[in-house]
Design a protein around this ligand. Structure first.
Ligand SMILES: [Zn+2]
Length: 308
């Protein structure tokens, strides 16, 4: 029974993990985790207290407590005897010789039972704690208002340099403009003055600009590339392939200005170029054109023998 409950809870936890954000916001994050922890504690405590093993045994015969209460299912042997006064009595002639040997086989020692419950509970708790830490990773929302504003100002400054005019970058925490629904990391109106980035990318850029930290190579690279991509849209380039080609070249300078060394900056943008060509089939309009190569027509600095 408890085991089934544990399974149901873990399935519910996984479902919650993959549920839409709206639903997830309704249920506080600690609630499913607290429920799992309580259940595991219950597992250990009851296996400590209970005489009957809580975990299922290989032995299908009734446990100790049940046999004491209901007998052990064997036919009793009775006899009728007559005493000196002639009164008849039922006498049990099975004696209690068989009581002892059956016992050790059915109920494993309490120590082993509790140890097993503890190990199981520890395994579940470690798995759940790992999931919790994964979900609780700090993000854009955990930054204070000041940090968010100064980070947006910094991104806007970098985008303005690429766009060649003052533009604004905002982090779309509402999810209305970018994010999972739109399948876009960023969005900008061609020739406009405002672009949105997802909070994930904003956070990666904030970590880099304010703390010199690379959250992960691919995510930081993507964040820089998207910032430069939207900036090129704001500059007036509409074609997605050309925009991306220019963005990956400008991205090197953006990455340098945000604190990365030349080698890392180029490696990041090259990895984005490779990813662009690999994933091309799914999003054909985003694939960089064939002349997006060193000394090609789209090379922004043909004098430099590196690309990007
Ligand atoms: Zn675009």
């Amino acid at each position: 029974m408890l085991r089934r409950l544990r399974l149901v809870l873990i399935v519910a936890l996984v479902l919650w993990f993959f549920s839409p954000p709206d639903l997830r916001d309704e249920i506080p994050i600690w609630l499913p985790f607290a429920a799992v922890l309580a259940l595991e504690a219950q597992f250990v405590v009851s296996s400590w207290r209970s005489g009957a093993p809580l975990v299922s045994r290989d032995d299908p015969r009734p446990g100790m407590e049940d046999r004491h209460r209901y007998g052990d299912g064997r036919l009793p042997e009775w006899a009728i005897t007559e005493d000196d006064e002639g009164t008849r009595h039922w006498v049990d002639i099975t004696e209690d010789e068989e009581e002892a040997p059956a016992e050790p086989a059915t109920a494993p020692p309490r120590r082993r039972r509790v140890a097993r419950a503890l190990v199981e509970a520890a395994a579940v708790v470690v798995a759940v704690a790992g999931l919790y830490l994964l979900l609780e990773r700090p993000g854009w929302d955990d930054l204070g208002g000041d940090a968010q504003r100064s980070s947006e100002a910094r991104m806007s400054l970098e985008a303005s340099r690429v766009a060649g005019k003052p533009v604004r970058i905002e982090c779309d925490t509402s999810g209305r403009h970018v994010g999972a629904v739109r399948h876009a990391d960023g969005i900008a109106i061609v020739g406009g003055g405002l672009a949105y980035l997802t909070p994930e990318l904003c956070y990666a850029l904030e970590r880099l600009a304010a703390h010199g930290e690379v959250t992960s190579f691919s995510q930081t690279a993507r964040a820089i590339a998207v910032l430069a991509h939207e900036a090129w849209h704001l500059r007036g380039v509409a074609n997605e392939g050309r925009t991306e080609c220019f963005a990956l070249q400008s991205g090197v300078r953006v990455a340098r200005r945000l604190g990365l060394d030349e080698e890392t900056a180029r490696r990041m943008m090259r990895s984005q170029l490779v990813a662009n060509q690999l994933h091309g089939a799914a999003t054909a309009e985003y694939v960089v054109p064939a002349d997006c190569v060193n000394r090609g027509a789209l090379d922004l600095s043909p004098g430099v023998d590196r690309f990007p």
